[in-house]
Write a protein that binds this ligand. Structure first.
Ligand SMILES: N=NNCCOCCOc1ccc(-c2cn(C[C@@H]3NC[C@@H](O)[C@H]3O)nn2)cc1
Length: 447
């Protein structure tokens, strides 16, 4: 038996996002988002699912907070729907939207739960998309106006701010792969979006400092680990490119003030050229207070000529998989965290997302999701190993509190430690909820 003990100041939490849980898409003065448009475009989301109702958390947030209170967490990471604050992206402010988030935050604080607020978790106001979205640099200024309003409105209540969730998903997944909203397939466009997101991030950090807002600010990239199948240089280089796609491209500009040259050259060969304006890199590389890391999976890969964007193929090495088909690969969690520490310094890190898609249902009022508990155990061992190795981990927030709208997979894929019946919106605490509750209370667990 092994005791996995965390530092006494370790923080624990759960995470969600506005479009995935709130519902009430046409209530409270909310404007249309690109995910309302995308999810209602035939063929984009499994079963034609959308976020009109989701988990009903817009009306059930007090019940959700009672569940978090029972869980005993320190943090609740949620996101603000920009279209609830500025229904048209800019211009008139929607007071009902501000009121909703004040009620949410006030209730959290009454329960002693710290709000960790993500300003952008993919639900761009459609009105801004209609003017070019993140390809248009004017959207940067619109985001800055939205962020400044939120900083001033929630000064003293919210002390942990995240500018962007998973800029790789917002840029490349959504504008090159096309699997997420707005669903484009254009590498140059994706590169422009990625750059503009980073500029918006940097400008927001600068404004946060200028306003003297009490608290901390960071961003939350998603990362994966691609391990070379062999020690052949071609396999090592192929995996370096894919890791560079998910990590270096979004870390180097913030931590080093430059894009990774090997990736710039590779993208140029693919026809995509960086379009940087004077001062952009200085803006992007503003020091941040913490780094959010979203890790789910990784695996083994190797060189394959003309395969995909990077002459790289994933190799099925026989790892167990979650129900969404991703490898269960805790070693990759350890590798990615030590890689970050070695290459970007001892920046304070919150794990802002880690969890498993396990689709077990309710039987006799229970959900026996042992595979999720096993996933959490294995990844928390990897996390503790990284702490032992000097990585500056400040907290761990599991994705997710609730089963919710999993983007293009709709409601078919369940990541929650609490089951949601999407017909009745009934919440059922899963076995993993009780395991996580005990781990939060003890700050250790046994393997
Ligand atoms: N060129 N590239 N090809 C790649 C092949 O693309 C095919 C699809 O890829 C992906 C990659 C990554 C994801 C993903 C989902 N989550 C979970 C959410 N995180 C934020 C929170 O909202 C959670 O719901 N994290 N990551 C989805 C699809």
């Amino acid at each position: 038996m092994t005791i996995i003990q965390f530092p006494k100041d370790m923080k624990w939490g759960v995470a969600t996002a506005s479009y995935q849980i709130e519902g009430a898409a046409n209530e409270g003065g909310r404007g249309t988002s690109i995910w309302d448009t995308f999810s209602k475009t035939p063929g984009k989301v499994v079963n034609g699912d959308n976020g009109d109702v989701a988990c009903g958390s817009y009306h059930k947030y007090e019940e959700d907070i009672e569940i978090m209170d029972d869980l005993g967490v320190d943090f609740y990471r949620f996101s603000v729907a920009w279209p609830r604050i500025f229904p048209e992206g800019t211009g008139e402010v929607n007071q009902e939207g501000l009121d909703y988030y004040h009620n949410l935050v006030d209730r959290l604080l009454e329960k002693g739960i710290e709000p960790m607020c993500t300003l952008y978790h993919w639900d761009l106001p459609q009105a801004l998309q209609d003017k070019g979205g993140w390809d248009n640099r004017e959207t940067i200024e619109a985001f800055l106006q939205y962020a400044e309003l939120m900083f001033k409105e929630f000064e003293g209540k919210i002390k942990h701010w995240i500018t962007f969730n998973e800029p790789w998903c917002v840029s490349f997944l959504s504008n090159y792969v096309g699997a997420h909203a707005p669903g484009n397939n254009d590498l140059q466009l994706a590169m422009n979006v990625a750059h503009h997101l980073l500029v918006a991030h940097g400008k927001t950090v600068i404004r946060f400092r200028e306003l003297g807002i009490k608290g901390q600010i960071g961003y939350a990239p998603n990362v994966e680990w691609n391990e070379p199948y062999s020690n052949k240089q071609e396999d090592i280089d192929a995996c370096k490119r894919v890791n560079g796609y998910f990590m270096d491209w979004f870390f180097d500009p913030v931590f080093k003030g430059t894009y990774p040259d090997f990736m710039v050259k590779w993208f140029e060969e693919k026809g995509a050229v960086l379009q940087i304006e004077e001062g952009d890199m200085e803006i992007i590389s503003q020091p941040i207070d913490f780094l959010g890391i979203n890790y789910y999976s990784g695996g083994v890969g190797r060189y394959k000529e003309n395969e995909g964007l990077f002459d790289h193929e994933k190799v099925d090495a026989g790892y167990l998989k979650t129900d969404i088909g991703w490898n269960i690969y805790p070693e990759g969690f350890y590798k990615v965290l030590t890689h970050i520490n070695e290459n970007y310094g001892n920046v304070p890190i919150y794990i802002t997302e880690n969890g498993a898609c396990i689709n077990d249902g309710v039987e006799n009022g229970e959900v026996k999701d042992d595979r999720r508990t096993d996933y959490l155990k294995q990844h928390l061992v990897a996390l503790q190993r990284s702490i032992e190795s000097g990585v500056n981990i400040k907290g761990y927030l599991t994705w997710s509190l609730l089963d919710n709208f999993e983007w293009a997979e709709g409601y078919t894929m369940r990541f929650g430690i609490v089951h949601v019946n999407y017909r009745t919106l009934e919440r059922t605490k899963k076995d993993s909820f009780y395991w996580y509750k005990q781990t939060v209370a003890n700050n250790f667990f046994e393997v």
